[in-house]
Design a protein around this ligand. Structure first.
Ligand SMILES: *Cc1c(COP(=O)(O)O)cnc(C)c1O
Length: 383
């Protein structure tokens, strides 16, 4: 029944240069907080054009730090998309704020940023638009509220993507852009995350949050206190990334374009092979002047519900790793039952969720793998 060995939905691509970079880092005296952290941060800043880049132990830590940097706290509201990983809004919860979900735009599956701008009230402190699947979210509709709210782009899916010609995470984008270095993402450091910004003060707050809120800058030692003196000025966390992880991250970064190009080529092949399949809808594309980061290739099963479930199970039986990204965050029991988040506000997210399936997509996939997935998909779709 199966057309080949089990195929995962995602997989990292580690080469010998990556292995050598990690081994070299392990032989150095500093295996954390050494020179490779700064070197990796500089390389990402150069790649995105960002003024500042701060690396963290995970993408979730980067999002948490961004929420802190934006000075979000109890009583504040943070607007985000329901079609994302829970971490996008958990970051607001960590700081005692209230998440609020605005519906997606059915044409892009990203947060409807015009609706988000319209939903801003006096309690709204930040908006977290997500560049879902790697398609850069449209930030222009937020221009009118940027004097009142901090825009934190969750670009966990979008490292290497371009928005209207400029790299996601660079100048002209969000106030803070966060990336993830999880092995399923575009490049990996094992785990890890990044935050980029043009703003010096936001960058300072991102950095201090990474190390417990402890700093040796802008400090006030007494007459008898010397070079050992430090201050804890904020309540931060240990969100440090290691030198060993940054060695892997910087080595992977040299292949970022190769990875994104390969992902886009595989997606183009999926589109070609599925163009005449009436039982599915293909995912939204990036505008002409932009570049899709292509973390995920999501198809929408016509009719949804039982048809989606049968298709998902058919693919699994045939050894094709597939997933659903995502259960709308407001449906997660912690949000629904413990926080009492409304369930009726996002009809487009609901319609999206009931039909969505993510097909395998990773740079090491072959063209034949794509053909095999398409044949298995066609066999799995209800007639
Ligand atoms: C992966 C991911 C995160 C979290 O990143 P980690 O590095 O796993 O902590 C946040 N948001 C989205 C949309 C993600 O896909």
């Amino acid at each position: 029944m199966t057309r080949g060995a089990p195929l995962p939905y995602a997989r990292q691509d580690i080469d010998e240069a990556d292995v050598a970079a990690v081994v070299e880092a392990l032989r150095d005296p500093f295996i954390t907080q050494g020179p490779r952290v700064e070197s990796f941060e500089r390389a990402v800043a150069a790649r995105t054009g960002a003024k500042h880049c701060v690396a963290f132990s995970s993408g979730t830590a980067a999002l948490h730090a961004a929420i802190f940097a934006a000075d979000v706290g109890p009583g504040d509201e943070v607007i985000s998309s329901p079609i994302t990983f829970a971490a996008s809004t958990n970051a607001a919860l960590y700081q005692g704020a209230t998440p609020r979900f605005v519906d997606i735009d059915p044409a892009t599956w990203n947060l409807d940023t015009a609706a988000a701008a319209a939903a801003v009230n006096e309690r709204t402190k930040a908006i977290v638009p997500v560049s879902f699947t790697g398609l850069p979210v449209d930030l222009a509709p937020l221009d009118g509220v940027r004097d009142r709210v901090v825009v934190i782009e969750d670009a966990a899916h979008a490292l290497g993507a371009h928005r209207h010609g400029g790299p996601v995470g660079g100048p002209g984008g969000a106030d803070i852009t966060c990336f993830s270095l999880h092995p399923a993402k575009t490049i990996t450091a094992g785990e890890g995350g990044l935050a980029t910004t043009e703003d010096d003060e936001l960058a300072r707050r991102l950095r201090i949050f990474r190390t417990h809120g402890i700093t040796k800058q802008d400090i006030h030692p007494s007459a008898d206190e010397g070079a050992w003196y430090y201050e804890m000025q904020e309540l931060g966390f240990n969100y440090r990334i290691t030198d060993v992880m940054c060695a892997l991250g910087e080595s992977q970064l040299t292949r970022l374009d190769e990875f994104v190009d390969r992902r886009n080529a595989l997606a183009a092949r999926y589109r070609e092979l599925l163009a005449d399949e009436p039982r599915i809808t293909l995912p939204p594309e990036a505008p002409e002047d932009s570049r899709h980061g292509r973390h995920l290739f999501v198809v929408h099963v016509e009719g949804g519900g039982a048809a989606r479930r049968a298709t998902f199970e058919g693919l699994q039986e045939r050894g094709v790793g597939c997933q659903v990204h995502y259960v709308p965050v407001y449906r997660l029991p912690y949000y629904r039952d413990r926080l009492g988040v409304p369930q009726e506000d996002c009809p487009h997210a609901e319609a999206y969720y009931w039909g969505a399936i993510s097909l395998p997509l990773f740079p090491l996939m072959t063209d034949d793998d794509v053909l095999r997935v398409v044949l298995d998909l066609k066999d799995s779709l209800p007639a």
